[in-house]
Ligand binder design. Structure first.
Ligand code: NDP
Length: 277
């Protein structure tokens, strides 16, 4: 049997990553002969280690914090999704040996929202909390779903305004500070801040949330995040965490690398079942 094709996720830190587990399940399900590991790379070693990985025959990488922007000057080509998002989460070695960076985060979120959770975005009022890398990566795919309005609210108001201006040609988007949020309530609130990672909650007026509001946190935890707790306590119709997005963005990367689309349902079910064990 030939050696497996080699893939990995790179980040710093990376030990917590669920990606090796997800891609192992995808490979098992689709019969693809691959290996997938987590590699911790400090920022100052990024260029060297990336080159070494591909020179040693590596076929593709997932890229996470803090390297999502730093990899862009290190590859040969950027997909349209990367140019829009300003960040990459996937690198593939193409047939001619050149490296292509892509971003599957937005596609992953949209697939989780619309396919797994059957949430309608079209003609709805959306509130996007945060204006960092993840917010930037999901804005264009969200606007393609034609919401009635998309409000970006961020702690640093200027970042929200800048992001809204950049995406204004793509749809009805405006920016504001968290303190400026006021009714009527939103149909869908997406938390793309990093607050949940520090067990914090962005300061939100309860008026943003009504009995029909659906809340989605890009972050995920074994039980609820602070944000999904807050959503439930204030009577949201639904509160979801981003594990589905993680699995869906991984599936999109797997498809780019292998040309085979895994069935994400059983993988998400297996990960959910394992939580807390
Ligand atoms: P960034 O560091 O690029 O951006 C952080 C954002 O969070 C900024 O808008 C920042 O506001 C805001 N923020 C941080 N702390 C607080 C706080 N205490 N209160 C209010 N706002 C806060 O991070 P990313 O965009 O890369 O990641 C954001 C989240 O998305 C993380 O939780 C990450 O795990 C998650 N994620 C999940 C994915 C998935 O597959 N499920 C994929 C990608 C990301 P300010 O500008 O004012 O500093």
């Amino acid at each position: 049997m030939p050696a497996p094709d080699r893939y990995a996720v790179i980040g710093h830190p990376i030990a917590h990553s669920r990606s090796p587990q997800i891609h192992a399940l995808f490979a098992q399900q689709t019969g693809q002969h691959i290996s997938y590991e987590a590699i911790d790379i400090a920022p100052q070693e990024l260029a060297l280690r990336l080159r070494e990985f591909f020179e040693a025959g590596g076929r593709g990488l997932n890229v996470t914090v803090p390297h999502k922007e730093a990899v862009l000057p290190l590859v040969g080509a950027l997909s349209a999704r990367v140019r829009t998002a300003g960040a990459a989460n996937t690198i593939l070695r193409q047939a001619d040996g050149t490296l292509l960076a892509d971003n599957t985060d937005g596609a992953g979120l949209v697939r989780d929202l619309t396919h797994n959770l059957a949430i309608t975005v079209r003609a709805q009022r959306l509130l996007l909390l945060g204006a960092g890398g993840a917010a930037r990566g999901i804005l264009a795919p969200l606007l393609q779903l034609e919401p009635r309005e998309l409000v970006i609210a961020n702690r640093d108001v200027e970042r929200a305004l800048t992001l809204a201006r950049a995406f204004a040609p793509a749809g009805p988007v405006r920016g504001c500070g968290l303190a400026q949020l006021q009714g009527p309530c939103f149909d869908l609130i997406i938390n793309a801040t990093a607050a949940s990672l520090a067990a914090q909650l962005p300061p939100l007026p309860p008026s943003v949330l009504g009995a029909a509001t659906i809340c989605y946190d890009l972050a995920y935890a074994d039980s609820d995040t602070r944000f999904t707790c807050w959503a439930r306590e204030h009577g949201a119709a639904q509160a979801h965490m981003g594990l589905g997005m993680l699995v869906e963005q991984a599936a999109e990367s797997f498809y780019l690398w292998r040309g085979v689309r895994p069935d994400t349902g059983p993988v998400l079910a297996a990960l959910t079942a394992r939580r807390g064990h």
